[in-house]
Design a protein around this ligand. Structure first.
Ligand code: ADP
Length: 612
């Protein structure tokens, strides 16, 4: 481009120089022509002046001897002026032919002068004087004719020359105009060429940079040469490297996003400072699934909103620790959208992004771990209890049987009063309770292995229901007040299970339901088939007092009871028996009061659980 600019400037300069030289030359020629014309006019003036002087002398001659005759000195002066006039004519440079004519006139003037001088000086007779005067007059007239002729010819030539010069001036004007116009147009054209040569690539570069600015890193600037070409290739190189960098950043981001999204643990990014400390800035899909909120909903919450009251009270201390650079690892309890609580293991750390402090929190749902721990604890308890129960059974069972037999014998003594008999009955009742407790403990600690066979669950439910309603505990106000609704699926498939253990399960649950409805109520039993899991559902629902909030887990713990004479072993044994069948037992309260127990039992037993 620089080369082109230099060539362009040289071209314009050349055009200007040529134009200027031409114009200057033309002006000079025209000026010298004008000078020439002026000189010629001056010459013409001089000749006219000479003519006037000659005519004055001729007049002086004509007036001689008349009333108007001039004085001698005036005539002499006029003659001198005339000869002075012809001398002035020789001051100028003339071509040879003019010079020749001037010499001729000069001689004629001299001749006229001499003739006049003779007229003025002769003192002869009047006829000679008359001849001399006549001769002088004739010479004068001839001189006038010659000068006149010369003036005529010169002025004609002068006129012609003036016209020629004027035409020349006119064409010079046009040429100057054309030269200037041409130069102007050429300069404009060259300038336009360069402006175009600049604007087109500049526009292309501008478009390219704007495209890159918009984020279109695929865009490349093509078709530019010279310095613009170099600039374009630099911009393209920059775009290439930006694209590579972006690609790398995108890859990294994709990788981190994938890690973030596919993580099984909830990942939260929390505000670390200010009033909004703990506000959720980002959350992954696991957090969404774990807490039952959509990600958009989570982003409107603070981590405190997802924590139980106690866990929330610990959050400020955790944030403070994270801000001090400590890695926080703790356990807490989180709330789902539906209000249910689950245990979480929390790992938190601080990170900074664009001068802003955030907390990166990993929250792991440890429900299963906790359940496993509880199960482990239960198993431990059961082992201990099994040992205690066996020991007790050995140590207590026989003496207790002896005591019971002795008291029974003693109560038959005829002399005993009614009050004494009642006390002995009460002792026997309590001994029976201890025996039942011992039996339950043994049952729970060392449950007999299930004896699997092909069973009809609806049948077992029917029998257990009748029995449980008949053998309702003594505290019951009125068994008649209990309404039973049976919704047993007649197409329910037979399942592989231990019928005795199933009876025990249903009996426990029915008796609990009846006991929960001391003042009567509705006991609903329904069975259904779940084709998806190839299992059956048994749902036992009552309208009793329901499970106290917070006791959902405890009621399955051995010895947990809210009844004055309860053993707290019924649900623990039931759950254990159901699990032995590969099933599940869950509980929940009904909206209108009462509790619902849901049992799921597989239709077929796993190979491992079946007897060999
Ligand atoms: P127990 O009947 O000897 O108390 P269980 O293990 O059968 O022992 O029951 C434990 C506790 O669970 C009961 O004390 C009672 O508080 C609660 N419970 C069981 N079934 C129901 C029910 N249907 N409605 C209300 N509470 C129940």
């Amino acid at each position: 481009m620089i080369k082109k600019i230099i060539i362009g400037i040289c071209f314009i300069t050349l055009i200007f120089a040529a134009g200027s030289i031409y114009v200057i030359g033309t002006i000079q020629t025209t000026t010298s022509d004008l000078d020439n014309i002026i000189t010629l006019h001056q010459v013409e003036l001089l000749r006219e002046h000479l003519l006037i002087e000659i005519k004055k002398v001729q007049r002086d001659l004509n007036l001689k001897d008349t009333r108007y005759a001039r004085s001698y000195s005036t005539i002499v002066r006029d003659v001198q002026n005339m000869s002075g006039g012809i001398k002035i004519c020789f001051n100028c440079h003339h071509p040879d032919n003019i010079n020749k004519k001037l010499y001729d006139i000069k001689e004629h003037v001299n001749e006229y002068k001499e003739a006049i001088s003779r007229v003025l000086t002769i003192r002869a007779n009047s006829s000679r004087l008359f001849d001399e005067e006549d001769a002088a007059y004739r010479i004068g007239e001839e001189l006038i004719a010659k000068v006149d002729n010369m003036i005529l010819i010169t002025s004609a030539k002068l006129e012609e020359k003036t016209q020629r010069t004027l035409v020349k001036i006119d064409s010079t004007k046009k040429i100057i105009f054309i030269v200037f116009l041409g130069s102007f147009i050429t300069t404009m054209a060259v300038a336009l060429f360069f402006i175009k040569g600049f604007t087109r690539p500049v526009k292309k570069l501008l478009d390219g940079t704007q495209e890159l600015q918009k984020g279109n890193l695929e865009y490349r600037i093509e078709g530019l040469k010279d310095e613009f070409g170099n600039l374009a290739s630099s911009v393209n190189d920059m775009a290439n490297s930006l694209q590579e960098q972006m690609h790398m950043v995108e890859e990294n981001e994709k990788r981190y996003r994938m890690l973030f999204e596919s993580a099984g643990d909830s990942i939260f990014i929390l505000e670390a400072e200010g009033e909004g400390a703990g506000r959720i800035v980002a959350a992954n899909r696991a957090a969404e699934a774990m807490h039952g909120y959509t990600i958009d909903e989570l982003l409107t919450l603070n981590i405190k909103d997802l924590s139980t009251q106690r866990a929330a009270s610990e959050i400020p201390d955790r944030i403070r620790k994270a801000l001090n650079g400590e890695k926080v690892k703790t356990e807490g309890r989180h709330l789902r959208k539906d209000g249910t609580v689950f245990p979480v293991e929390i790992s938190e750390g601080l990170f900074e992004l664009s001068d802003h402090k955030y907390i990166l929190a990993f929250d792991r749902d440890i429900t299963e771990r906790k359940q496993a721990e509880a199960q482990f604890l239960r198993t431990e308890q059961m082992v201990v209890m099994g040992e205690v129960a066996t020991g007790l059974a050995h140590e207590i069972k026989n003496p207790l049987a002896g005591i019971k037999a002795s008291i029974e014998l003693f109560s038959e003594v005829a002399t005993l009063s009614g009050e004494e008999r009642d006390i002995l009955k009460m002792i026997i009742g309590e001994i029976k309770r201890i025996e039942a407790l011992l039996k339950g403990m043994l049952n729970f600690a060392k449950p007999p292995k299930p004896d699997f066979s092909d069973v009809d669950v609806n049948n077992i439910i029917d029998t257990a229901l009748t029995f449980s309603l008949k053998s309702a505990p003594s505290g019951q106000n009125s068994t008649a007040a209990i309404q039973v609704i049976k919704d047993l699926n007649i197409n329910l498939p037979r399942i592989i299970a231990d019928p005795m253990q199933l009876s025990q399960i249903f009996l426990n649950l029915f008796l609990n339901a009846v006991e929960a409805m001391k003042d009567g109520g509705v006991l609903t039993v329904s069975t259904s088939y779940n084709a998806q899991g190839n299992s059956i559902w048994i749902i036992i629902s009552d309208t009793g007092k329901g499970i106290e909030k917070g006791f959902y887990e405890q009621i399955f713990h051995p010895f947990f009871t809210t009844k004055p004479k309860g053993t707290g072993l019924g649900l623990a044994i039931t759950k254990r028996l159901i699990e032995q069948h590969g099933g599940l037992l869950t509980v929940g309260n009904n909206q209108n009061g009462g509790a619902t127990f849901m049992i799921s039992l597989p239709v077929k037993q796993k190979e491992t659980t079946l007897p060999v």
